[in-house]
Each structure stands twice: as C-alpha cells, then as structure tokens.
Ligand binder design. Sequence first.
Ligand code: SF4
Length: 694
Amino acid sequence: VIEMGTPDRSVITTCAYCGVGCSFKAELNGDKLVRMTPYKHGKANRGHSCVKGRFAYGYASHPDRILNPMIRDSIDEPWREVTWQEALEFTATRLKGIRETYGRKSLGVITSSRCTNEETYLVQKLTRAVFENNNTDTCARVCHSPTGYGLGQTFGTSAGTQDFDSVEDTDVVIVIGANPTDGHPVFASRLKKRLREGAELIVIDPRRIDLLATPHMSGSHHLPLRPGTNVAVVSALAHVIVTEGLADEAFIRERCDWDEFQHYAEFIREDRHSPEATEMLTGVPAQKLREAARAFAKGGNGAIYYGLGVTEHSQGSTTVMGIANLAMLTGNIGRRGVGVNPLRGQNNVQGSCDMGSFPHELPGYRHVKNPEVRAIYEDLWKVKIDPEPGLRIPNMLDAAVEGTFKGLYVQGEDILQSDPDTKHVAAGLAAMECVIVHDLFLNETANYAHVFLPGSSFLEKEGTFTNAERRINRVREVMKPMNGYADWEVTQLLANAMGAGWHYTHPAQIMEEIAATTPAFANVTYDMLEEKGSVQWPCNDDAPEGTPLMHVDGFVRGQGRFIVTEYVATDEKTGPRFPLLLTTGRILSQYNVGAQTRRTENSVWHGEDLLEIHPHDAENRGIQEGAWIRLASRSGETTLRATITDRVSPGVVYTTFHHPDTQANVVTTDYSDWATNCPEYKVTAVQVAPSNGP
Ligand code: SF4
C-alpha cells in the first residue's frame, strides 16, 4: 500500500494494536498512501511509535485479505463467493430459523476490542434489540474483565485512574504481571525515562523482564514469584505496610470506608500474610518482600501498572482488588504520579467494555437488571430489553456443546486461536448451525463458519478508540473500505436483514446516541474531538474538558472500599507428570495471535514462538539451545523450539502465542477467574521433553 510519491494531503488516525493508542499521520497522494509516520501532536505518543505500529499498514492490503462475502451450507463444503445481498439474506434466514426453532436465547455475539466504540455499540444493540437477549461478550472477557470487576468494586469505576503523563511525577513504580517494553513500548519509553531520572522500580513477575535492565536506574527490586501466587505477594506487601505502621491513615480516614478498612487490617495483620509465610507459598525471599513494601510505602508518589499477568488467573479479580488495597493503604490515589493503571492489551479494550459489550451491562457499566437504565434504551430503540444477563463466551460454548446455543456472530476475533482449551472451543463451534465470521482474513475460527463477511482494516475505519488512559481518539478513514462496506455498516445491514430498520448514515450519529445515553460520554462529539484532538472520559457537564485523573476529591463510589483478598491456590497443580509451570506473554514485534503482524514486515523480527527454559531444567531433560521440544499439559500438546535462559526461574517455562503453528492455547486449561471467567492462561502445569519436531 505504501507507494513513492509526494503527499498532497494527510489524515490523522490511531494505531489499532495496543492500548497505548498512538496517533499516526497517514500521508496520501490522491488515493495512494505514501507514508505513515507517528503524529507529533498525538497526546498518547507525542511523535513516537513502536515497530508494530510503524509497519501496521502492511496487513491492510495483504493478498490474504478476503474482499467478497462467502457462504456454505455446512462446514464440510467449500466456500461459495456471493454478493453482499445473498450473504446477508442467507445469514438472516438462518438466524431467524434458529430463533424460531430453539428460542431467542440460542443466538449470540462475540465482538473484539479491536473494533471502534461505534461498531461495538451497534453490535451490542444488535444483540439486545434484534436477537432480543444479552448474549453479547467481548474478547475483554479473556484479558481485562477482572479489571472491570475489581476496580468497579473498590473504586466504583472500571478504568485506570491516571493519564500517561502522570508517570512523569512518579517516584516509585510497581509493575506487576506486565512487560511494557514488549507489550506497550511507547509508554515503556516514558516509564524508562522516569526510571533513569531516579524513580525506583519494583517488578512482580515470574520472569526477569527487560525493564529491570534499564540503564542508570537508582534502584530496582524483582520479586520472581511462582505463577499463580499474585494474591499472596500483594497481601504480603500490604502486611508489611500495615504491621510496620507505614499505612497512610489520614488518607484512609478521609477517603475510605473506615469500618471496612479495620476489618481488612485485622485480616492482613495475620501471620499467614507475613513475608516469611509468603516465601513458602510464592518462592519470593521474605527479605525482598519487606524491602519492596517499604520502598513502595516510603518512596513518595507510588504508581502501580499491571497487565494480563494479573488478570488471566483464577484469582485475577482478587489480585486487582489487592492492588487497589495497596494504592489506598499508601494514599496513592487522586493526584499525579500515583494510581492504579491497567495496561490494556488491545487498542480498544477500554472502549469495548465502556460500550456495553458484556452480557450483564448496558453501555456505561450499568447493569441490565436496572429498570431505569433499560428504560433509556427501550424508549430509544422501541424494544423490550431482557432483564436477565446473557451468556459469557465460555458459557456460549458450553451451551453449544449441550445443544441449546446455535448461532454466533464473531466480529474481529479468532476465538479458536485466542481462547483457552482449543478442543472445547472447536467442539462448541462445530455444534452450532450458523457461525458468522466477520474478519479480514480466513482465520482459524472460520474453519467452523457458515458465513464469512469481509471486514475492514483500521485504515478503512471511521470512528473512535478509547485507550488505556480513557482517552477517546479519533480513527479516520484513510482509504475506502476495500470490501465495499465499513464494519458498522455490515452490522446495520445484518440488523436490517432481520427486520430492524436502522438508518445510521455516519459513525458520528452513533456517537451522538452514545453521548445521549451514557453519562460519562455526555459531551463527546466528533466536532469536539476535531477541536481538541482527543479527550479522556468522563467528559460531561461536570468535566467539560475531560478527566485526566480519576478520584481526585472522592472515589466514584463515594468511599474507597478495602476488600479482604483471601489467597486460594489455583486448581492447576504440578505433579510428577507435569512438573513445570508454563506462563505466556508477548514479544515486541508481534501482536496477539499474529493475524495482522505476521502479514507485515514485522515477521523479519520474530519468526517463531520459542519456549524459554531455565538451564537446570534444560540440562535435566537433555535439551539443547534451539532444539525441538514437546510441550504437553493435561489439555493437549504442541511442539516448538527451546531457548535456554535464566530469565525464568527453575520450575517455570514461558512462551509467546503469536503463531498458529504453535497453538499455545492447545495446552492451556479451562480454569478461569472466579468472578468474571477470564481464563487462567498464565498458569499451566506442563512437561517438557526433547522432540524430533512437528
Ligand atoms: Fe503505539 Fe501500541 Fe501501536 Fe506500538 S502497538 S505504535 S505502542 S499503539
């Protein structure tokens, strides 16, 4: 798509990979894209980008793009290319037939955190107003749903507390379960700058991440915990802070529920949370726990950044609440340099959750059981909204296997590759009568689909993404949709083929509807975004300029809430057959299952997924550097090459999940977070043995 030539116009848009939300300037000559460069006025990136974003244009015009709709009667048949009209009639007929035969709750939708706010809003409207149920879920289910729950319970709103600029005033930073230099590189650069200026670093991670090698740091702590023991480590830090009198009592008395704090303090003082007891559980030396707790409590402005290494656990929500407890204990909420900051993996995880794509919440995190909230949408949409929460992704798949869930619209998501326990996902998909995949490429999920609707890339989209700092950024159309229709139009066409009668003519109208119905977005318009460049929600009459910092004068829920965070060991146990613990992550040049990044020039940076294994574990098994190994768990097995490194501790192995040949999720379990069903990707008991290759 990039051609030589002199640009005669430019369009400012937003990267569609990670939650940093970097702005890019796309320069064109006529309709030809000449170059894309990071936009110097982008508020999230200030002229910087990473290798992923820089080469992202490449997948938009990749020859693998599917540009025409396809259908087939059964998944054993070859695809037939058809017109849009034929595809939509075929789809609507099948979905209506399923609804008549099996009832309205037999249909559902999975949307993606890669879609715009406007696309997501329409998809949940399709589910609620046309399918007439709440079976809408998002891939945030498998990443940050515990953030939504945990921060909602403790602070009252399901979002990070700070803007990225805040890090410039941080004195001590905890990074837990995140690897910013690979996952969120542009933010990581700002964090590293602050570390070089003197901020102290505490990393809680089973693996020695690159941030620990930042040159000229004044001090760093690494707590290399056993995978699955986050809650115990966070509680040990809180124990030291409370028992050594380091808690900020004035803040707690003024801003938090004092009775709940006292109950929590009694719990956390117990000896079982002491560093010595915690060392036994987690493998982190007691002295390191004490030093880190003191550094955080005494170090000035303390900020906590976390990622999927916190959320993708059976106690993901508990850890998020433990992190919130730590921030409140030390008074690190409500000003610059502090706060609780989830690093969102995908560009629009925040927006996707904001827009009501969870089965229990309408837009703005309002429960579907609330009749006053339902009435807002019932009046506008002229439909009755089901007051019962719908099915989450794993429940949809379970119901499909049981025979009660029959039709699924999957927009922008490859659940066969990205969701846990691949065999179970395949069984669920195979049991359905109509699977619609709406995507750029024929992905792995499409093997089980009856309808393929071509999607549009970020360069063909008009709308907004909301990044990890709640910043609503404009996404602008750089080129016309190559498939003929933008994704929001496809959703509208499908709704209308089922009899809806929607008449949106531009995503700006969808944003008007979002603003009219969602208090945190009340003052957001495309005109305002044009003028300001971007704005952070809440943006309404109380905060007309948006809200860079949350919970400044009080928590959204009123008083901050300390919640007792009892550590419960995961059911995934090591034993003689599966003696090692596998955990997973990303690499700088690749993104998630690699569907986009493998189709760009990034591929030269990283050819395959590798298994990191400690030298002792490799030697015990006779594994050489670069040799093929067989990685097996109770769920399944795969083959990949080994790399020997002491980045991981003995007993822990690590891999990435970017390549379909590896299919790392063949081995992951179906255990999930107790509150949200977020899968426990980060803890799998495995065995590793030499292999002759795939
Ligand atoms: Fe920025 Fe993330 Fe895109 Fe890299 S992947 S350019 S850090 S938004």
